[in-house]
Design a protein around this ligand. Structure first.
Ligand code: EPU
Length: 422
């Protein structure tokens, strides 16, 4: 397992490009199961989670090829094994999003029930409720979700809200299945995340009839079949937000290219409120900090609210603010594995249930720390860039799940990150 040695403090300056979105690419790869034929996806990032998804689709029968120009070609002419194995799904929860497409295409699917993970309980009851509303018969067998619809699916009115609001992958699953159902489906309380809009746009290119894209009410007129597409994935707003924090925490100046500020209003608003300059330009924006970071109160919410996937990174930044800040996690109330690790680096964070109170400190101090999940790990990298001394981060594979070669991209703009094979 690789380890990062990160020397700090550094000041980042220069230009960095954001890659295609992981969380848009994963359900869109699953959508490519539905039309029989070869779809070509552009801007799919080179990440561990994408490799796991490739493995999953290959097991179903897909032939997948990464072309020299980076495009990912998925040939789903034959799907002869509609089973999502535990060994693969346990590595990546997003594997659950093959359930809807398999059910729609093969009228039967068996997908391992995903377990919990470092960010807490992650139930799939809403996914199943939505698919049952479309007429699927679902039962659990040996840890697998077995879903069947021998006569096909039928459109329905579905309320998909849960105790924590909408569900992103649940919406993806039901939306994909509904495109091939007979008749009309309404999904109310659908997730509005840009990744879901990207999926819906891609499905429409395949011939689906989805309206209300970007709103909490999606309307889907079922069609008899979908056709393969060539489609480009949107830029990753979470990676962009992570780079924005990197500029801010190192009192640096970064031009962030291939970034859609329109998808990031809550984040940009928060950055400006704490004294970070964000100047839009044609490619994206330039982010700069030359004053002390001010305090903030952050509550994570479904889109367009502040994203849970940037909560940890902002906590690293607020650890250095002048005064007390408060973070409330409303999506995954246990998503705080980074708190104890940041405290090892001399941050002053106190967790009270789903809330963390952050007493700003003047400096962070390097320490050996452990990456626990993807975004928590990103927060540790950010803290290490600003901390005095050499921080050792172990279990770097968590970072590789969501950030492509992060050290090779940050080092040219001033970071000092060395990857060691442990
Ligand atoms: N929930 C239920 N029942 C369900 C599904 C979800 O109660 O059937 C609850 C969850 O426990 C949570 C809330 O609803 O409290 C929202 O979870 P959601 O289903 O939206 O999460 P997800 O679809 O499993 C995606 C992203 C996550 C991101 C969340 C929230 C992908 C591959 N994953 O997960 O991304 O944090 O939405 O925005 O798109 C990451 O990239 O690091 C990551 C964890």
């Amino acid at each position: 397992m690789d380890v990062f040695q990160i020397d700090g403090p550094v000041r980042l300056a220069g230009s960095i490009r954001v890659n295609g979105s992981k969380n848009a690419a994963l359900p869109i790869m699953a959508a490519a199961i539905m039309p029989a034929g070869k779809s070509v996806l552009k801007a799919v990032p080179h990440l561990l989670d994408i490799s796991v998804c490739r493995e999953l689709l290959s097991q179903l029968g897909c032939k997948i090829e990464r072309r020299p120009n980076g495009d990912l070609a998925i040939d789903s002419t034959v799907i002869d094994n509609p089973i999502g194995e535990y060994e693969i799904v346990r590595k990546m929860r997003a594997g659950i999003c093959i359930l809807g497409p398999l059910l729609a295409r093969c009228r039967r699917a068996e997908v391992s029930m995903p377990g919990g993970c470092a960010i807490g309980d992650r139930p799939v009851n809403l996914h199943l409720r939505g698919l049952e509303a479309l007429g699927a018969k679902i039962h659990l067998k040996g840890g697998y979700i077995v879903a069947e619809a021998p006569d096909g699916l039928t459109g329905a009115d579905i309320f998909l809200g849960g105790p924590f609001g909408s569900t992103v992958l649940g919406t993806a699953n039901v939306l994909m299945a509904a495109t091939l159902a007979r008749g009309r489906t309404i999904i109310e309380s659908a997730a509005c995340e840009p990744e879901i809009s990207d999926l819906a746009n891609c499905l429409n290119e395949m011939g689906a009839k989805i309206s209300g894209i970007g709103s909490p009410r999606l309307c889907i007129e079922g069609v008899a079949e979908l056709k393969p597409v060539e489609y480009e994935i949107i830029p990753d707003r979470i990676e962009a937000g992570t780079f924005m924090v990197a500029a801010a925490i190192t009192a640096g100046e970064l031009q962030i290219r291939n970034c859609r500020l329109d998808d990031m209003m809550a984040v940009v608003h928060k950055l400006r409120a704490i004294g970070v300059t964000v100047e839009p330009d044609r490619a994206g924006c330039t982010v700069r900090t030359d004053t002390v970071i001010k305090t903030a109160d952050i509550t994570t919410q479904p889109y367009p609210g502040f994203p849970t996937d940037l909560q940890a990174q902002f906590m690293a930044l607020l650890a250095l603010a002048e005064g007390n800040s408060v973070v409330i996690e409303k999506i995954f109330p246990d998503r705080y594995m980074h708190v104890a690790e940041l405290n090892r680096m001399a941050a002053n964070l106190r967790k009270e249930g789903p809330t963390v109170i952050i007493a700003g400190v003047k400096k962070l101090i390097a320490a050996p720390v452990m990456a626990s999940d993807l975004r928590a790990s990103a927060a540790l990298v950010l803290a290490a860039l600003a901390a005095e001394g050499t921080t050792t981060i172990s279990r770097v594979y968590h970072i590789d799940r969501g950030y492509e070669k992060i050290e090779e991209r940050l080092n040219p703009i001033g970071a000092k990150i060395v990857r060691e094979k442990a």
